[in-house]
Every structure is written in C-alpha cells, then in structure tokens.
Design a protein around this ligand. Structure first.
Ligand code: AMP
Length: 304
C-alpha cells in the first residue's frame, strides 16, 4: 500500500563527541522515505528544496524506488538548514541554528497519485503545511501519523493543536510529550494526548527505546545496545519511516502488528545511528534488517 510522507529535505551541521559533519544531507522526509522504502514499494515524498541540494542524493532516493514528484525545487533559493550539537550522553542535543529558507513560504501541491495515499506520515515540519497536505487528500487514509518537535510547539502551537485533531498516531520524544501536555509522568502525558485527537502514541526515548500507547494497551521496545553510536540525527525519523513502512506493507492495524512495527522501526533507527547522515540507510538489505529484528527478539526474550 502507498505511503505518503511530508517533511524537510535538508542540510545539517552536526557535532557529536566523535566528530563533526558539515552540510551533510538530512531532513525528516529524507530519513523517513529511505527507511520506509525497505518495506513498501510506493513511497511518495512532499517537500521543498533549493537548487543547492545535491542531485546525487535525489538519485539515491529514486534508486530506492521513492517517488519524488512532490518535491518542489526553488531556483536561486537555499534548502532548509539545521545545526545541532549532541551532549556526551548522545540522548540530549542543542539546536544551534534553524534556517527555514525554502520552507518559510512552502505551499505543498500533491501530485494526483499522492492524493489517494493509503498511509500518511506527516514528518516534522510546519503544522500549517501538515494541514495543507491533509486538505488535498481525496479520501480518508487508513492511518495518519504525525511527528513534531519542540521548535513547532514554541512557534506554532495553535496550528499544531488543530492538526493533532486530524491524525491517528503521534510520534514524539519524551521531553516533547512533557512539554506538550505539562505532565511529567509519560502515562499521564499519554492520557492527555488521547484527549487531543490521536488514538495511538509512540514516545521515543532515544537509547532507552520507545513506548507504544493505545487507550487500553502499552508496549515497550528497547533500543539495541550498540557498541558504536556515531550520530543519532534522524533516528526518530528513521524509526517513523520503518514503523509506517512496515504497517503499510502489512496493512494490519491490530495492536499486535503495531508492536512488530515498533520493533522494525527501532531496528531501522539502530542502523541510522551507526554513521553520519543517511550513509547507513542507502544500501541495506532485507536479510540484514531481519537479522537485526531477531537481535531485538533475543534481547527481550526470557522464560519464567
Ligand atoms: P531527528 O533526529 O529524527 O529528530 O531528525 C533530525 C532531522 O530533522 C535533521 O536532519 C534536520 O534536518 C531535521 N530538522 C531539525 N529541526 C527541524 C525543524 N524545526 N523542522 C523540520 N525538520 C527539522
């Protein structure tokens, strides 16, 4: 089934305790679409870039079968740019710079084939753009997920609250869940988020895994203990891409299948953090992914 994704396609400057990378390819939609492309063949991207964005990267995405018809190229303008610095624990980071550039006045236009999408992943970007994408859909998708971050809570909270009413699943990190709800306990935060619109919630906790909540159930997925975590940038988006890609490939929206999707998403995120930028996500194989999922199963298996 088709998966429509919206988000930034961007340049990042990244500083980790292990090194620096300048003007590397990033962006929520880049990570989401690459991760999802390992599960479902019809991945469609809506985004905007300047003419500074490398054509080689667009070719890499196309080679993975990703449909880029919905990416607008603004001539003479610059792509979205973000700079971040990670703390020693790699779970916390400071945003050093966010330059919206082409994103500032982005008006998404969905190609006809995108308007019939079965699954929709609204990646992290302006809530107004997330609204305008939903407005153009011709029928209600089977599942709409949304990811956002503190930046948009700070600058566009009203629009974000409106778009939350239109979605099924929110994916967010633990600190952002606390900021959005004013609740410290994640269980209470989940309850508060269910009153805002979503029926499901994924709370990402970096190296401490992820929690999947529905009003009646909760599931915990660990993150894989890795010897080498190089760059956590994009892990949340890669998780979301793997999660939604897996759901789109199976079409099964039971809670049990969502648990599997959380593990597939976590497995994809574990690859992402092993290298800077999208390097690790461009040439994986399905057997490699399945082996990693097996490591998750082994990690939490016990008898009593
Ligand atoms: P993640 O590490 O999964 O939260 O995603 C990191 C990616 O999000 C980076 O590649 C950035 O280009 C992108 N990003 C950072 N800030 C924003 C923002 N305010 N809106 C949209 N995308 C962003």
């Amino acid at each position: 089934m088709s998966l429509l994704t919206v988000g930034t396609v961007a340049f990042d400057d990244i500083e980790t305790p292990f090194g620096r990378a300048e003007r590397v390819v990033g962006g929520a939609a880049t990570y989401i679409s690459l991760a999802a492309s390992y599960f479902t063949p019809e991945v469609q991207v809506v985004s905007v870039i300047g003419d500074d964005f490398p054509t080689e990267t667009l070719d890499d995405l196309r080679r993975r079968g990703i449909n880029l018809e919905g990416i607008q190229v603004k001539h003479g303008e610059k792509s979205f740019f973000w700079a971040g610095r990670y703390h020693n624990n790699l779970n916390d980071r400071d945003t050093l710079d966010t330059q919206l550039n082409v994103l500032a006045d982005f008006d998404p236009v969905l190609p006809e084939v995108y308007t019939k999408a079965d699954f929709v992943m609204l990646g992290n970007l302006t809530p107004d753009v997330q609204h305008r994408v939903l407005d153009q859909l011709q029928h209600k998708p089977r599942l709409v997920a949304l990811d956002t971050m503190n930046f948009w809570m700070n600058v566009a909270l009203d629009s974000l609250m409106e778009v939350l009413k239109r979605i099924d699943i929110l994916t967010i990190n633990d600190e952002e869940a606390r900021q959005l709800t004013g609740q410290h306990s994640l269980v209470n935060a989940a309850e508060a988020i269910f009153t805002m619109g979503p029926r499901f919630l994924v709370i990402k906790k970096g190296e401490h895994g992820a929690l999947l909540f529905s009003p009646d159930n909760v599931f915990f997925a660990p993150a894989l203990p890795l010897a080498e975590v190089f760059d956590p940038t994009g892990a949340g988006d890669t998780f979301a891409g793997g999660f939604m890609g897996y759901l789109a490939s199976t079409g099964d929206l039971s809670f049990d299948n969502m648990k599997r999707a959380v593990i597939f998403g976590s497995a994809m995120a574990s690859f992402c953090v092993e290298r800077f930028s999208i390097e690790r996500l461009t040439n994986l194989s399905r057997p490699e992914i399945d082996q990693r999922v097996q490591r998750f199963a082994d990690l939490v298996h016990f008898t009593r």
